[in-house]
Design a protein around this ligand. Sequence first.
Ligand SMILES: Nc1ncnc2c1ncn2[C@@H]1O[C@H](COP(=O)(O)OP(=O)(O)OP(=O)(O)O)[C@@H](O)[C@H]1O
Length: 236
Amino acid sequence: MEPVLEVKGLQAAYGSSQVLFDVSLDIGAGAMRTLLGRNGMGKTTTVRTLLGLTPSRGGEVRFLGQRIDRLSPHRIGRLGIAVVPEGRQIFPNLSVRENLTAFAANRSRQAEPWTLERIYALFPRLRERERNMGNQLSGGEQQMLAIGRALMTNPHLLILDEATEGLAPLIRQEIWDCLAALRRAGQTLLVIDKYVERLIGIADRHTIIERGRVAWEGSSAELDADPAIWQRYVGL
Ligand SMILES: Nc1ncnc2c1ncn2[C@@H]1O[C@H](COP(=O)(O)OP(=O)(O)OP(=O)(O)O)[C@@H](O)[C@H]1O
C-alpha cells in the first residue's frame, strides 16, 4: 500500500546555513513513526519543511501520492496534515471551546469525524475547562488542547513536535496514553519526543536524525534490542 507520507532526500537551509542534507522517511497508513535526536539536529526543521513553513532546497515530499514540497502551508494543511507545534501555540484570548472549533473540518472525510464530545471524552479535563481562556491553562492542559484542536481537523497525518516537553510526569503519561489510543484507532502519526523507552512501546518505526542526516532508521523491536544506538544519538 502507498505510504501516507514519503520523504526522499529532503534538504533545507536557513539563509546560507544548510540544516537538512538528506532526510528520507515514510509512514504507512495507520502507523506511528518517531523522529529522534538531540537538540539542534534538525527535527523541527524537518517538520517545518514538510508543512511548507521552511522552503525545501531539494528532495521530494509526497503526501498520499501527491508532491507537496512546492505547496503553501495553507494548501498542505487543507490536504490533511495537522501539527501540534512546539510551544503549543494555543490562542490565548479564545476559550477552550473556541480553540477547538476554530479550524474544525473533516479533511480526511471520516465517516465518524472528531467532535467536541469525542475530544472531551478523550481529555475530560478540557470539558471542565471549556469556558476558560487559552492563557488560563496549565502546560498539560494546553498540550491536550493543541492535540484536540489538531484532531478537530480530522487529519490524515497528525504531527506532534516535542509531544511531552516541559510536562509533569503524570501528564506526560496521559499524553503517551492518548498517542497509544490514537495509534490503535488508526491515526497516522509522526511524533518528536525524547522518551525513547516510552515511544518504543507505542510507535512502529523510528528515525534518528544527527546533524541533518538520518543516522539510523528501524522498528521498535530493533531499537529496543540495541539501547547503545539510542544512548549514542539521543543520550537519555
Ligand atoms: N530560524 C532559524 N534560523 C537559523 N537557524 C536555525 C533556525 N531554526 C533552527 N536553526 C538551526 O537549525 C539547526 C536545526 O534546528 P532544529 O530546530 O530543526 O533542531 P531540532 O532537532 O528540532 O532541535 P530542538 O529540539 O532544539 O528544536 C540548529 O542548528 C538550529 O540552530
